[in-house]
Design a protein around this ligand. Sequence first.
Ligand SMILES: Cc1ncc(C[n+]2csc(CCOP(=O)(O)OP(=O)(O)O)c2C)c(N)n1
Length: 658
Amino acid sequence: MRYHVGDFDKDTLLRLYELMLKPRMIEEKMLILLRQGKISKWFSGIGQEAISVGVTAALKSEEYILPMHRNLGVFTTREIPLNRLFSQWQGKASGFTKGRDRSFHFGSQEHKIVGMISHLGPQLGVADGIALADLIKKKKRVTAVFTGEGATSEGDFHEALNVASVWNLPVLFCIENNGYGLSTPTKEQYNCEHLVDRAKGYGMESRIIDGNNILEVYSKVSELCKALRKRPRPVLLEFKTFRMRGHEEASGTKYVPEKLMKQWAKKDPISNYEDFLLGEELLSKKEIEALRSKITDEINTSLELAFNESAMESSSSKELEDVYQSFDYKYIKPNKETKNIRFVDAISEGLKQAMSTHDNLVIMGQDVAEYGGVFKITEGFVKEFGKQRVRNTPICESAIVSAGMGLSINGMKAVVEMQFADFVSSGFNPVVNYLAKVHYRWGQNADVVIRMPCGGGVGAGPFHSQTNEAWFTKTPGLKVVYPAFPIDAKGLLTTAINDPNPVLFFEHKGLYRSIYGDVPENYYTLPLGVASLIKEGQALTIVTYGAGVHWALETLTKMPELEADLIDLRTLQPLDWDAIYASVQKTGKLIILQEDSLFGGVASDIAAQVTEHCFEYLDAPIKRVASLETPVPFAKNLENEYLPKQRFEEALKALQAY
Ligand SMILES: Cc1ncc(C[n+]2csc(CCOP(=O)(O)OP(=O)(O)O)c2C)c(N)n1
C-alpha cells in the first residue's frame, strides 16, 4: 500500500493512527466479551476503520455524520466517552437510548451523530433533510452519510441521491463496498462495474477511494468537504474495502473464499499504516506500546464503569411518557371576525398563517410550488414564501418523509403533502419506523406534519380513495388528526404544526369543496385530543369522524324524532375517551361509523374500550358501521354500495328500536 504524506504534519499523521487503533482495540475486546457471553450481538468493522476515521476526521465537529452498523470509528473519533458507548451496548442508563435500542441505533445531538434504523436506506434521505436545513440557513456545512453496498439496492438510495442532486444538497454519500451484504456477494447485488458509475445517472460527481488507505480517505474527503462548503452539491463516494469478519459474529464467513480473505488481510488499514509510520520513523515500537496501553486502560476503566452500572430501571408510565415529546399546547383564541369559506380554503389559510408564524417551516410535496398542489392548497405560496420553503419534490415519498426527519434533526419544521393519502404507502417505512419511534429511541423529535388528502365518494377507484388512518393509529409515536369542518381543520392544522411530534393530518377530499363554514380570520389553535359534541340527545350516542360526521348529520335530518349525541372525534390519536364514555354512560347505546373498511379500524377499538369501561351502562350491543371489506371500487353504484352511508341509516334505526 502506498501512502502519500502530502502536506500533513506529524501530529496529523499520528492522530489518524491513534484514531484507527482505538476502534480496533475496542472491537478486539468486544470479541473476547462476546465469547464470554458478556455482550450479545456484534457487527464488526475490523478492516474498515480507515473509512469511518478518515471521513469523520475530515468533517468539522459541527457537521452531521450518519453512520451505519460498522462505523465504530465514527463514534470514537467524535469522542463519545467509551463508558457511555459500552453502557449503550448493554442497554443501560448511561447509554443513549435508556435501554430501548441496541448497538449503534442511536443519535446524539451533542456529537452531531445520527445513527441508523435497521432498515438501512432511510438514513440517506435523512441526510438530505439535514443538508437542506443547512442550505436554507446558509450555513456552509457538509453532511456525510454511510451505506453499505448492499443497501444501495434499496429504493431509498436512489430516491435520496436523486433528491440531493436535484436540490444541490451538500451531502457526501459514502458507500462502503466491503464485498458482501450478509452472505450476498457484490455480483448478486448489482450489475455494474463500480457503484459510483451510477452517479452519472443522478447528475452528480463521484470518486472511487481506496477505503483501506487512511491518508487517501482523509485527504480526498477533506478536499471534497472544502469544495462542498464553498459550492454545495452532493458527491457519491465508493470506498473499496472488505468485510473481514461475518455479517455479525454468530453468522461466520464460510461463504467467503479463503483466497479473498488472505488477499485483503494483506491490506489491513492499521498494520500497513503502522509499518509506514515505523518506516518513516514517525513512530517507534515503544510509542506504539505506550499508546496501546493507554487505550487498554481507557477501555478497561470504561468497561468497569459500564459493567458496574445497574440494569436499566423503568416503569410503564416512564416508558409511555417518552413515546412523544412533551408539547406545551398554547391556545390561541379564534377571534370574532369570520369568513364563510370552504374546507379546502380553511386548510390553505391555516397552512399559510403557519408559514408566516414559523420562519423555519418548510413545505415539501409533489407539484406544491408554482402549480399550487393538485388541490390548490398551496396556491400562491411560492410568491409569498419563496421556493426555498415551498419545495416541489420528485416523486419519492420515502426520501421526502426521511428528509422531513432530517430537517427536524437540524432544527426546522416540515409539512409534507402526500398528493393522495394512498401514496403514503410508498413512504410508509420512514413514517412508522423512523418518525414514530425516534423520540422513544433517543429523545429526538420528528417535527413533521404529513398532510393526507383522503377518502372516497369521489369516484376515483382503489388508489385515490382510501382512508388509511388505521395504518397509523396503531403505531405508537404518531398523532392522527381527522377534522370534519373548516373551523376545525384550520385550528387543528396550526396546532399539528406547532406540535413537535409527527402528525398525520387527514383531509377528506370529498369535503374540500362541498363543506363551507364560518372560519375565524386570525391565526388560532385548537387542542388535539378533544372531541366535539355537535348534537345532543338522550337516545343514543353516535361516534364518527371525517366524512362520517356529515353522513350522520344527513341521516339525522331524515329522522327528526331521534335525539342523539353526535360526537365528532376530530383527532384519533390522542383520542378523547372521556367524551365517548360520558356520552355512553348517559345514553346507554353506541353506534360507531367509520369510512374505512371494518376490520382493525378505529371503530373496533372504540367498541372494545367501551365494552371494557362502560359495560354496566350499555343497554344494547355496540354497533360498528363501516365500508365493505373490499378495495374501494370505481363505478359510482359500486362505490355507493361499498361506502357505509346506507347501512348506517339501517343500523341506526335498528339501534334506536332495540
Ligand atoms: C430493509 C432491510 N432488509 C434487510 C435487512 C437485513 N440486513 C441487515 S444488514 C444487511 C446487509 C447489509 O449489507 P451492506 O449494506 O452491504 O452493509 P454491510 O453489512 O456489508 O456493512 C441485511 C441484509 C435489514 N436490516 N433491513
